[in-house]
Write a protein that binds this ligand. Structure first.
Ligand SMILES: Cc1cc2nc3c(=O)[nH]c(=O)nc-3n(C[C@H](O)[C@H](O)[C@H](O)COP(=O)(O)O)c2cc1C
Length: 135
């Protein structure tokens, strides 16, 4: 059973560029091992992450992330079953957003959310859109 989780959070003030680079490396390596796909965006002291994978490892990862002191104020925006991944065939599957192709994938994800779900999706789009300006 595949799931996707999307959240936003506020980075700890102590997290500098080296700390960020370490975090990215850790995330990419572990996610590749666990077959977790998605993206992690950082902009102006905030994170936005989309993760896709088998439910059990995904929820375990989200719990670790939720307890991580390198950020706080986590807001879970989406936690749903999915039929297929959006990020699976891209690069190593897990990406730090910094180019147009990645922005394109993110837009695909947002459009998929808009088409498939009602309710808070518009709010999600409003939250995520500002991140795209910086990429
Ligand atoms: C913003 C943010 C995003 C993170 N994303 C991931 C991730 O995608 N994959 C991952 O393995 N760890 C990620 N981490 C690190 C985890 O919180 C945790 O440190 C790591 O999974 C190791 O956990 P463990 O010691 O329980 O194995 C992230 C941390 C932060 C602060």
């Amino acid at each position: 059973m595949l799931r996707t989780i999307c959240y936003v959070s506020t980075a700890a003030p102590s997290l500098d560029e080296n700390g960020l680079a370490d975090l990215y490396e850790e995330a990419i390596q572990k996610n590749t091992e666990q077959n977790i796909t998605g993206i992690l965006l950082y902009s102006d002291g905030n994170f936005m992450q989309i993760m896709e994978g088998e439910a059990a490892p995904l929820l375990k990862l989200y719990n670790s992330i939720d307890n991580d002191v390198r950020h706080h104020h986590l807001i879970k925006l989406t936690d749903r079953e999915i039929k297929q991944r959006i990020f699976e065939n891209y690069a190593n599957g897990f990406t730090i957003v910094n180019n147009e192709q990645e922005v394109f994938k993110l837009n695909l994800y947002l459009n998929w959310l808009k088409e498939n779900f009602e309710g808070n999706v518009q709010r999600l789009v409003e939250i995520v859109q500002p991140f795209l300006k910086y990429t």
